[in-house]
Design a protein around this ligand. Structure first.
Ligand SMILES: NC(=O)c1ccc[n+]([C@@H]2O[C@H](COP(=O)([O-])OP(=O)(O)OC[C@H]3O[C@@H](n4cnc5c(N)ncnc54)[C@H](OP(=O)(O)O)[C@@H]3O)[C@@H](O)[C@H]2O)c1
Length: 259
């Protein structure tokens, strides 16, 4: 399917690996020029080269911490008026909620709620002026289905979800859509690190922890980053212009409800 976005520009935050990288790849395949981002220069440059070679896309790597004002300024200096913004960031580490002090909570809320909102503030007027904008926030299944130890992640992302629900409706008539993609379990470094941590705590081997998690998913497997990226690219396409303010679960059926 031609997504109708060839020649458009995108900032894809936190995209040197994992889900962000997969979104960047799918957009590049659709002919979008990219700004990609991560804090580790070596990994980011390697990803930029890989994307250029695989897709022929114009790819600008920006080494920056997206949670900081300087990091956001660097991203916007590389592309002041993107047509597409993919908001992504690391999530807070697993932690018993009683161990979270005020600073840890503020940091989590900054990463997963304040940062994406700040970036939306910075790009939305130019999108409105051009009559085209696609914003996708990578959130989590934990917005709908709590997971012990990820309470801060769930809370911050739920805050973002409620915040952008109103903003999406304000800008729908400008052909700007804002949607949230909720990953269940995708085979990325973050997921693998989770099993490694679970294995250290429980003593069960990492492979057994992963197999147990997989068995609980109706699809009986983890999602692939490529599947996630292609869904993200569709949300950014011309065909998805009437789809806004939604929370789209990609979880192999893990969320056990009809609605
Ligand atoms: N994978 C899953 O199954 C799953 C499920 C639910 C939710 N999620 C959420 O989805 C998001 C992406 O997860 P993932 O699995 O793709 O993680 P990942 O494989 O660990 O990749 C994270 C990417 O973000 C970059 N990054 C992290 N912190 C950054 C920062 N402050 N500024 C700029 N770039 C940063 C990393 O590069 P550097 O480290 O070099 O900066 C890397 O490129 C996370 O918020 C995660 O919690 C994932």
């Amino acid at each position: 399917m031609d997504l109708g976005i060839r020649g458009r520009t995108a900032i894809v935050c936190a995209s040197s690996q994992g889900l962000g990288k997969a979104c960047a790849r799918a957009l590049a395949e659709a002919g979008v020029s990219l700004v990609i981002n991560g804090r580790n220069r070596t990994v980011l440059d390697r990803t930029a080269n890989e994307l250029r070679q695989a897709t022929g896309a114009d790819v600008t790597p920006v080494v920056a911490d997206v949670s900081t004002a300087e990091g956001q300024a660097a991203l916007l200096a590389a592309c002041a008026a993107p047509d597409i913004l993919i908001n992504n960031n690391a999530g807070p580490p697993f932690r018993d909620f009683r161990q979270l002090d005020r600073q840890a909570m503020l940091t989590g809320v900054t990463m997963n709620m304040v940062t994406p909102i700040e970036l939306i503030q910075k790009v939305i007027d130019s999108m409105a002026a051009r009559g085209f904008g696609r914003i996708v926030n990578i959130t989590s299944i934990t917005v709908k289905m709590p997971l012990a130890g990820l309470d801060l992640s769930s809370g911050a992302r739920a805050g973002l979800t409620a915040f952008v629900a109103g903003v999406a409706r304000q800008y729908a008539h400008k052909n700007i859509t804002i949607n949230n993609l909720l990953p269940g379990s995708f085979d990325t470094q973050r997921l693998r690190l989770g099993f490694a941590a679970a294995s250290r705590q429980s003593g069960i081997p990492e492979s057994a922890a992963a197999a147990q998690a997989m068995a609980e998913i109706p699809a009986k497997r983890f999602g692939t980053p490529a599947e996630f990226g292609q869904t993200c690219a569709f949300l950014c396409s011309v065909h998805a212009a009437y789809l806004t303010g939604q929370n789209i679960l990609l979880d192999g059926g893990a969320y056990p409800a009809a609605f």
